[in-house]
Design a protein. Sequence first.
Length: 209
Amino acid sequence: MSLAGLGGAAAQTQARPKMHRFERQPLTVANFEAEGHVLDIGGGGEGIIGRMKPSQVVAIDLYKNELMESPAGPLKIVMDATDMKFLDAQFATATAFFSLMYMQPEVQKKVFAETARVLKSGGRWLIWDAVIPILTDPGMEQGTKGPVFYFEFHLPQEVVKTGYGTLWPQVRLDLPYYLSLAEGAGFQILAAVETPGQFRTFRLELRKA
Ligand SMILES: C[S@@+](CC[C@H](N)C(=O)[O-])C[C@H]1O[C@@H](n2cnc3c(N)ncnc32)[C@H](O)[C@@H]1O
């Protein structure tokens, strides 16, 4: 399980904080069409997108250790998604697989602007993430630092079990929140699909105008 969202390396050297644990749930991750390089933002950890398109993915992550954990195949680069070193309009496809949940809202805003910058006109950004409640929402365990979501990902070629933990946000990170962020960064919404379960997940398909 990855807890890098809890302040990065510092969190990994301290005792594990008490977390609200959601029961494991399955999620099917369907193959998607992409030509050329695919920029995978926060592509360390399980490296799910890199597993699906190893020869196309350029995986960037804030932490070297997260990239070292993920399977070989993609081109891996330590890079902050709020300040990418790519020139403008380099990619036709970008992805973020449960990466936005590790970022604070002010960081997310910069990442949306940067992703719009490095995508070509008409380029797509595919996002998978969880709806993150706030601590005061019904059913959330008081005294916990944040939620942990356990998954069984069903990919076209394999099944991967993992869990992602983060801190409770100040604002609920739900689909309306992300749609507003996307529109504010100039993206068109091609698809926005929420999946119910023990916890809610969603898939967004955005297009750079
Ligand atoms: C849930 S984890 C990994 C999810 C990963 N996509 C997978 O397939 O397992 C989210 C990742 O986002 C990375 N991350 C957080 N903030 C970032 C930033 N500003 N730039 C790049 N990566 C970031 C974290 O280091 C972490 O590895």
